[in-house]
Design a protein around this ligand. Structure first.
Ligand SMILES: *Cc1c(COP(=O)(O)O)cnc(C)c1O
Length: 392
Protein backbone atom coordinates (compact mmCIF):
# COMPACT_ATOMS: atom_id res chain seq x y z
CA UNK A 1 0.00 0.00 0.00
CA UNK A 2 1.28 3.45 -0.90
CA UNK A 3 1.74 5.86 2.00
CA UNK A 4 -1.30 7.89 2.98
CA UNK A 5 -1.71 11.40 1.65
CA UNK A 6 -3.74 13.32 4.19
CA UNK A 7 -6.20 16.10 3.62
CA UNK A 8 -4.30 18.31 6.06
CA UNK A 9 -1.75 17.03 8.52
CA UNK A 10 0.35 18.69 11.24
CA UNK A 11 3.51 20.38 10.02
CA UNK A 12 5.99 21.20 12.73
CA UNK A 13 8.82 23.71 12.38
CA UNK A 14 12.11 23.77 14.22
CA UNK A 15 11.18 25.74 17.35
CA UNK A 16 8.26 23.78 18.80
CA UNK A 17 10.43 21.26 20.65
CA UNK A 18 12.75 24.01 21.88
CA UNK A 19 9.80 25.80 23.50
CA UNK A 20 8.36 22.54 24.87
CA UNK A 21 11.75 21.64 26.34
CA UNK A 22 11.82 25.03 28.00
CA UNK A 23 8.45 24.30 29.60
CA UNK A 24 9.84 21.03 30.96
CA UNK A 25 13.12 22.59 32.10
CA UNK A 26 11.27 25.27 34.08
CA UNK A 27 8.57 22.83 35.28
CA UNK A 28 5.78 25.02 33.90
CA UNK A 29 3.51 22.03 33.24
CA UNK A 30 0.22 23.73 34.03
CA UNK A 31 -2.76 25.47 32.45
CA UNK A 32 -0.90 28.75 32.80
CA UNK A 33 2.68 29.92 32.41
CA UNK A 34 5.02 32.05 30.29
CA UNK A 35 4.30 30.23 27.02
CA UNK A 36 0.56 30.80 27.45
CA UNK A 37 1.23 34.52 27.90
CA UNK A 38 3.73 34.49 25.05
CA UNK A 39 1.37 32.67 22.69
CA UNK A 40 -1.39 35.16 23.47
CA UNK A 41 0.98 38.03 22.74
CA UNK A 42 2.02 36.36 19.45
CA UNK A 43 -1.62 35.99 18.41
CA UNK A 44 -2.39 39.62 19.23
CA UNK A 45 0.64 40.83 17.35
CA UNK A 46 -0.08 38.67 14.32
CA UNK A 47 -3.79 39.39 13.99
CA UNK A 48 -3.84 42.92 15.33
CA UNK A 49 -6.45 41.92 17.92
CA UNK A 50 -6.16 43.99 21.09
CA UNK A 51 -6.60 41.04 23.47
CA UNK A 52 -6.38 37.25 23.32
CA UNK A 53 -7.03 34.32 25.65
CA UNK A 54 -5.51 30.92 24.83
CA UNK A 55 -8.01 28.15 25.49
CA UNK A 56 -8.32 24.38 25.28
CA UNK A 57 -10.19 24.43 21.95
CA UNK A 58 -12.01 26.56 19.44
CA UNK A 59 -15.24 24.98 20.63
CA UNK A 60 -14.50 26.13 24.18
CA UNK A 61 -13.86 29.65 22.85
CA UNK A 62 -17.26 29.64 21.13
CA UNK A 63 -18.95 28.28 24.24
CA UNK A 64 -17.43 31.00 26.42
CA UNK A 65 -18.45 33.62 23.84
CA UNK A 66 -22.09 32.58 24.13
CA UNK A 67 -21.89 32.44 27.92
CA UNK A 68 -20.46 35.96 28.07
CA UNK A 69 -23.20 37.21 25.74
CA UNK A 70 -25.63 35.70 28.25
CA UNK A 71 -27.14 33.27 25.74
CA UNK A 72 -29.53 30.98 27.58
CA UNK A 73 -32.49 28.69 27.17
CA UNK A 74 -35.28 30.14 25.01
CA UNK A 75 -32.74 32.29 23.15
CA UNK A 76 -32.07 31.99 19.44
CA UNK A 77 -28.63 32.30 17.89
CA UNK A 78 -28.10 32.80 14.16
CA UNK A 79 -25.40 30.55 12.70
CA UNK A 80 -24.00 29.90 9.24
CA UNK A 81 -25.40 26.56 8.09
CA UNK A 82 -22.47 25.44 5.93
CA UNK A 83 -19.87 24.78 8.61
CA UNK A 84 -18.38 22.24 10.96
CA UNK A 85 -20.75 21.20 13.75
CA UNK A 86 -18.47 22.82 16.34
CA UNK A 87 -19.75 26.23 15.19
CA UNK A 88 -23.29 25.33 16.25
CA UNK A 89 -22.89 22.84 19.10
CA UNK A 90 -22.19 25.50 21.78
CA UNK A 91 -25.61 27.01 21.01
CA UNK A 92 -27.09 23.69 22.10
CA UNK A 93 -24.79 23.55 25.16
CA UNK A 94 -26.58 26.70 26.33
CA UNK A 95 -29.99 25.17 25.66
CA UNK A 96 -30.61 27.83 23.00
CA UNK A 97 -31.97 27.27 19.48
CA UNK A 98 -29.82 27.70 16.37
CA UNK A 99 -31.32 29.57 13.43
CA UNK A 100 -29.40 28.55 10.32
CA UNK A 101 -28.58 30.83 7.40
CA UNK A 102 -27.60 29.73 3.90
CA UNK A 103 -24.41 30.55 2.00
CA UNK A 104 -23.79 32.86 -0.94
CA UNK A 105 -21.81 31.90 -4.03
CA UNK A 106 -18.84 34.28 -3.85
CA UNK A 107 -17.28 33.08 -0.59
CA UNK A 108 -19.52 30.11 0.33
CA UNK A 109 -20.10 31.82 3.68
CA UNK A 110 -23.16 33.40 5.29
CA UNK A 111 -25.43 35.16 2.84
CA UNK A 112 -26.01 38.74 4.02
CA UNK A 113 -29.42 38.74 2.30
CA UNK A 114 -30.64 35.67 4.13
CA UNK A 115 -29.08 36.89 7.35
CA UNK A 116 -31.19 40.02 7.18
CA UNK A 117 -34.26 38.02 6.17
CA UNK A 118 -33.74 35.73 9.16
CA UNK A 119 -33.40 38.64 11.58
CA UNK A 120 -36.49 40.40 10.24
CA UNK A 121 -38.53 37.21 10.43
CA UNK A 122 -37.37 36.27 13.94
CA UNK A 123 -38.17 39.82 15.10
CA UNK A 124 -41.62 39.54 13.53
CA UNK A 125 -42.10 36.29 15.44
CA UNK A 126 -41.31 38.19 18.61
CA UNK A 127 -37.75 37.10 19.31
CA UNK A 128 -34.57 39.06 18.78
CA UNK A 129 -31.60 36.78 17.99
CA UNK A 130 -29.05 36.86 20.81
CA UNK A 131 -25.96 36.55 18.60
CA UNK A 132 -24.73 35.89 15.07
CA UNK A 133 -22.01 33.31 14.36
CA UNK A 134 -20.30 33.83 11.00
CA UNK A 135 -17.64 31.43 9.67
CA UNK A 136 -14.77 31.87 7.18
CA UNK A 137 -14.84 28.44 5.57
CA UNK A 138 -11.63 26.88 4.34
CA UNK A 139 -9.89 30.20 4.97
CA UNK A 140 -12.08 32.35 2.71
CA UNK A 141 -13.32 35.44 4.55
CA UNK A 142 -17.07 35.97 4.66
CA UNK A 143 -18.74 39.15 3.37
CA UNK A 144 -17.90 40.99 6.55
CA UNK A 145 -18.69 44.52 5.39
CA UNK A 146 -22.33 43.64 4.76
CA UNK A 147 -22.63 41.32 7.74
CA UNK A 148 -21.16 43.90 10.14
CA UNK A 149 -23.57 46.51 8.80
CA UNK A 150 -26.57 44.23 9.40
CA UNK A 151 -25.38 43.17 12.87
CA UNK A 152 -24.92 46.83 13.82
CA UNK A 153 -28.26 47.92 12.35
CA UNK A 154 -30.17 45.34 14.40
CA UNK A 155 -27.79 45.63 17.38
CA UNK A 156 -26.94 41.94 17.54
CA UNK A 157 -23.46 40.93 18.73
CA UNK A 158 -21.30 39.25 16.12
CA UNK A 159 -19.09 36.23 16.82
CA UNK A 160 -16.51 35.41 14.21
CA UNK A 161 -15.61 31.73 13.89
CA UNK A 162 -12.16 32.15 12.34
CA UNK A 163 -11.11 28.58 13.22
CA UNK A 164 -10.12 27.94 9.60
CA UNK A 165 -8.95 31.44 8.73
CA UNK A 166 -5.90 32.40 10.78
CA UNK A 167 -3.91 34.70 8.50
CA UNK A 168 -6.80 35.46 6.12
CA UNK A 169 -7.82 39.09 5.69
CA UNK A 170 -10.02 41.63 3.93
CA UNK A 171 -8.30 44.83 2.84
CA UNK A 172 -5.41 43.86 5.10
CA UNK A 173 -7.61 43.52 8.20
CA UNK A 174 -7.17 40.05 9.64
CA UNK A 175 -9.95 37.58 10.27
CA UNK A 176 -10.46 37.28 14.00
CA UNK A 177 -10.71 41.05 14.46
CA UNK A 178 -14.13 41.82 12.95
CA UNK A 179 -16.53 40.57 15.62
CA UNK A 180 -17.22 41.45 19.24
CA UNK A 181 -15.78 38.02 20.07
CA UNK A 182 -13.68 35.99 17.67
CA UNK A 183 -12.40 32.46 17.89
CA UNK A 184 -9.44 30.52 16.49
CA UNK A 185 -8.68 26.79 16.53
CA UNK A 186 -5.36 24.96 16.66
CA UNK A 187 -6.75 21.47 16.22
CA UNK A 188 -4.62 18.86 14.49
CA UNK A 189 -5.66 19.60 10.93
CA UNK A 190 -5.81 23.41 11.04
CA UNK A 191 -3.28 25.68 9.34
CA UNK A 192 -1.17 25.63 12.49
CA UNK A 193 -1.76 23.22 15.32
CA UNK A 194 -0.93 22.82 18.98
CA UNK A 195 -2.29 19.22 18.84
CA UNK A 196 -5.51 20.72 20.17
CA UNK A 197 -6.31 24.21 21.32
CA UNK A 198 -8.10 27.43 20.60
CA UNK A 199 -8.19 31.11 21.35
CA UNK A 200 -10.62 33.92 21.90
CA UNK A 201 -9.79 37.35 20.47
CA UNK A 202 -11.50 40.64 21.21
CA UNK A 203 -11.05 44.38 21.30
CA UNK A 204 -12.73 44.32 24.70
CA UNK A 205 -10.27 43.73 27.54
CA UNK A 206 -13.06 43.04 30.05
CA UNK A 207 -14.48 40.23 27.93
CA UNK A 208 -11.09 38.55 27.60
CA UNK A 209 -10.45 38.89 31.34
CA UNK A 210 -13.87 37.41 31.98
CA UNK A 211 -13.10 34.53 29.57
CA UNK A 212 -9.89 33.73 31.45
CA UNK A 213 -11.82 33.78 34.73
CA UNK A 214 -14.56 31.46 33.45
CA UNK A 215 -12.01 29.19 31.78
CA UNK A 216 -10.24 28.54 35.09
CA UNK A 217 -13.25 27.40 37.13
CA UNK A 218 -14.52 30.92 37.96
CA UNK A 219 -12.53 31.27 41.16
CA UNK A 220 -13.35 34.43 43.07
CA UNK A 221 -10.57 36.47 44.63
CA UNK A 222 -10.24 34.71 48.00
CA UNK A 223 -7.61 32.58 49.78
CA UNK A 224 -9.99 29.61 49.83
CA UNK A 225 -11.94 28.29 46.83
CA UNK A 226 -14.89 30.62 46.51
CA UNK A 227 -17.34 30.60 43.58
CA UNK A 228 -20.28 32.79 42.71
CA UNK A 229 -20.57 31.52 39.14
CA UNK A 230 -20.33 28.22 37.30
CA UNK A 231 -16.82 27.79 35.93
CA UNK A 232 -15.17 25.76 33.20
CA UNK A 233 -11.83 24.05 32.67
CA UNK A 234 -11.07 25.60 29.30
CA UNK A 235 -7.59 27.10 29.63
CA UNK A 236 -4.69 26.13 27.38
CA UNK A 237 -1.75 24.42 29.06
CA UNK A 238 1.77 25.86 29.01
CA UNK A 239 3.09 22.78 27.14
CA UNK A 240 0.47 23.13 24.42
CA UNK A 241 1.13 26.87 24.16
CA UNK A 242 4.83 26.08 23.67
CA UNK A 243 3.92 24.20 20.48
CA UNK A 244 1.80 27.16 19.44
CA UNK A 245 4.68 29.60 19.87
CA UNK A 246 6.80 27.42 17.61
CA UNK A 247 4.03 27.24 15.03
CA UNK A 248 3.61 31.03 14.99
CA UNK A 249 7.21 31.30 13.77
CA UNK A 250 6.31 29.40 10.59
CA UNK A 251 2.69 30.52 10.11
CA UNK A 252 3.40 32.76 7.13
CA UNK A 253 5.40 30.00 5.46
CA UNK A 254 2.51 27.61 5.99
CA UNK A 255 0.10 30.06 4.41
CA UNK A 256 2.43 30.54 1.43
CA UNK A 257 2.66 26.76 0.96
CA UNK A 258 -1.13 26.32 1.11
CA UNK A 259 -1.65 29.14 -1.34
CA UNK A 260 0.87 27.50 -3.64
CA UNK A 261 -1.17 24.28 -3.40
CA UNK A 262 -4.23 26.21 -4.50
CA UNK A 263 -2.33 27.71 -7.44
CA UNK A 264 -1.22 24.26 -8.56
CA UNK A 265 -4.73 22.86 -8.44
CA UNK A 266 -6.13 25.94 -10.16
CA UNK A 267 -3.64 25.58 -12.97
CA UNK A 268 -4.27 21.85 -13.23
CA UNK A 269 -8.04 22.23 -13.48
CA UNK A 270 -7.56 25.13 -15.90
CA UNK A 271 -5.94 22.62 -18.25
CA UNK A 272 -8.64 20.02 -17.59
CA UNK A 273 -11.34 22.59 -18.34
CA UNK A 274 -9.78 23.32 -21.73
CA UNK A 275 -10.74 19.75 -22.61
CA UNK A 276 -14.42 20.37 -22.16
CA UNK A 277 -14.90 20.12 -18.42
CA UNK A 278 -15.93 22.68 -15.84
CA UNK A 279 -14.36 21.99 -12.49
CA UNK A 280 -14.51 25.14 -10.41
CA UNK A 281 -12.16 26.45 -7.75
CA UNK A 282 -13.05 29.41 -5.54
CA UNK A 283 -11.25 32.62 -6.55
CA UNK A 284 -10.66 35.41 -4.02
CA UNK A 285 -13.00 38.37 -4.32
CA UNK A 286 -11.20 41.69 -4.78
CA UNK A 287 -9.27 42.80 -1.64
CA UNK A 288 -9.80 39.35 -0.09
CA UNK A 289 -6.87 37.24 1.05
CA UNK A 290 -7.50 33.57 1.92
CA UNK A 291 -5.00 31.46 3.81
CA UNK A 292 -6.22 28.65 1.50
CA UNK A 293 -6.40 26.27 4.44
CA UNK A 294 -8.04 23.75 2.11
CA UNK A 295 -8.29 23.84 -1.66
CA UNK A 296 -11.86 23.00 -2.63
CA UNK A 297 -13.48 22.27 -5.96
CA UNK A 298 -17.05 21.96 -7.15
CA UNK A 299 -17.93 19.42 -9.80
CA UNK A 300 -21.34 19.57 -11.41
CA UNK A 301 -21.82 16.19 -13.13
CA UNK A 302 -23.98 17.82 -15.83
CA UNK A 303 -21.04 19.98 -16.89
CA UNK A 304 -18.44 17.24 -16.39
CA UNK A 305 -19.64 14.28 -18.43
CA UNK A 306 -21.23 12.62 -15.45
CA UNK A 307 -18.24 12.87 -13.15
CA UNK A 308 -19.35 13.55 -9.59
CA UNK A 309 -17.34 14.57 -6.56
CA UNK A 310 -17.93 11.05 -5.21
CA UNK A 311 -16.27 9.53 -8.29
CA UNK A 312 -13.21 11.67 -7.55
CA UNK A 313 -13.25 11.01 -3.82
CA UNK A 314 -13.48 7.25 -4.21
CA UNK A 315 -10.79 7.15 -6.89
CA UNK A 316 -8.44 9.09 -4.60
CA UNK A 317 -9.33 6.88 -1.65
CA UNK A 318 -8.42 3.80 -3.66
CA UNK A 319 -4.90 5.22 -3.99
CA UNK A 320 -4.78 5.98 -0.26
CA UNK A 321 -5.32 9.71 -0.82
CA UNK A 322 -7.70 11.49 1.53
CA UNK A 323 -10.23 14.00 0.23
CA UNK A 324 -13.55 15.00 1.78
CA UNK A 325 -16.92 16.40 0.75
CA UNK A 326 -17.56 19.98 1.84
CA UNK A 327 -19.27 20.38 5.20
CA UNK A 328 -22.77 18.98 5.27
CA UNK A 329 -24.96 21.97 6.15
CA UNK A 330 -26.21 22.08 9.72
CA UNK A 331 -29.86 22.50 8.68
CA UNK A 332 -29.61 19.06 7.03
CA UNK A 333 -28.05 17.38 10.08
CA UNK A 334 -30.34 15.01 11.97
CA UNK A 335 -29.18 16.46 15.28
CA UNK A 336 -30.48 19.91 14.30
CA UNK A 337 -33.67 18.71 12.61
CA UNK A 338 -36.45 21.23 13.10
CA UNK A 339 -34.20 24.24 13.60
CA UNK A 340 -35.29 27.26 11.54
CA UNK A 341 -33.43 27.80 8.25
CA UNK A 342 -33.30 30.74 5.86
CA UNK A 343 -31.97 30.13 2.38
CA UNK A 344 -32.53 28.71 -1.05
CA UNK A 345 -30.23 25.73 -1.40
CA UNK A 346 -26.79 27.21 -2.07
CA UNK A 347 -25.13 25.38 0.82
CA UNK A 348 -26.91 22.14 -0.08
CA UNK A 349 -25.67 22.41 -3.66
CA UNK A 350 -22.13 23.06 -2.47
CA UNK A 351 -22.30 19.98 -0.26
CA UNK A 352 -23.53 17.86 -3.17
CA UNK A 353 -20.89 19.07 -5.63
CA UNK A 354 -17.98 20.15 -3.45
CA UNK A 355 -14.79 18.34 -2.52
CA UNK A 356 -11.81 19.31 -0.35
CA UNK A 357 -8.51 18.18 -1.86
CA UNK A 358 -5.29 17.29 -0.05
CA UNK A 359 -3.97 20.67 1.07
CA UNK A 360 -1.28 20.18 3.69
CA UNK A 361 1.63 22.60 3.78
CA UNK A 362 3.86 19.51 3.89
CA UNK A 363 2.69 17.96 0.61
CA UNK A 364 5.67 16.75 -1.43
CA UNK A 365 6.24 16.81 -5.15
CA UNK A 366 5.63 13.08 -5.36
CA UNK A 367 2.34 13.52 -3.49
CA UNK A 368 1.12 15.93 -6.15
CA UNK A 369 2.25 13.52 -8.85
CA UNK A 370 0.10 10.79 -7.29
CA UNK A 371 -2.89 13.10 -6.88
CA UNK A 372 -2.70 14.44 -10.42
CA UNK A 373 -2.24 10.96 -11.86
CA UNK A 374 -5.57 9.89 -10.35
CA UNK A 375 -7.29 13.07 -11.51
CA UNK A 376 -5.87 12.79 -15.01
CA UNK A 377 -7.24 9.28 -15.30
CA UNK A 378 -10.67 10.48 -14.31
CA UNK A 379 -10.75 13.51 -16.54
CA UNK A 380 -9.01 12.73 -19.76
CA UNK A 381 -6.85 9.71 -19.95
CA UNK A 382 -7.24 6.37 -21.53
CA UNK A 383 -9.31 3.54 -20.17
CA UNK A 384 -10.73 4.92 -17.02
CA UNK A 385 -11.28 2.39 -14.24
CA UNK A 386 -13.55 4.74 -12.31
CA UNK A 387 -15.98 6.17 -14.77
CA UNK A 388 -15.71 3.56 -17.44
CA UNK A 389 -15.71 5.99 -20.34
CA UNK A 390 -12.95 6.91 -22.68
CA UNK A 391 -12.10 10.52 -23.30
CA UNK A 392 -10.12 11.36 -26.41
C1 LIG B 1 -12.12 23.30 13.79
C2 LIG B 1 -13.31 24.17 13.83
C3 LIG B 1 -13.92 24.54 15.03
C4 LIG B 1 -13.61 23.91 16.35
O1 LIG B 1 -12.35 24.06 16.83
P1 LIG B 1 -11.78 22.99 17.87
O2 LIG B 1 -10.49 23.61 18.28
O3 LIG B 1 -11.60 21.71 17.12
O4 LIG B 1 -12.74 22.86 18.99
C5 LIG B 1 -14.97 25.43 14.99
N1 LIG B 1 -15.41 25.93 13.85
C6 LIG B 1 -14.86 25.59 12.67
C7 LIG B 1 -15.40 26.22 11.43
C8 LIG B 1 -13.81 24.69 12.61
O5 LIG B 1 -13.31 24.34 11.43
Amino acid sequence: MKSKIWLSSPHMGSMEQVFVQEAFDTNWIAPLGPHVNGFEADLQQYTGAAHAAALSSGTAALHLSLIMLNVKQEDEVICQSLTFSASANPIAYQGATPVFVDSEQDTWNMSPEYLEQAIVDRLAKGKKPAAIIVVHLYGMPAKMKEIIRIAAQYEIPLIEDAAEALGSSIDGKKCGTFGKLNILSFNGNKIITTSGGGALLSEDDDLIKKARFLATQARDDAPHYQHTQIGYNYRMSNVVAAIGRGQMVVLDERIAARRANYDRYEQFFGEINKKGYRVEVLPEPKAYFSNRWLTTITVDPELNKGITREVIRLALEKENIESRPLWKPMHLQPVFAGAPFYGDGVSEGLFERGLCLPSGSNLMEEDFERIFEVLEKIFRLLPNPWTGFRQS
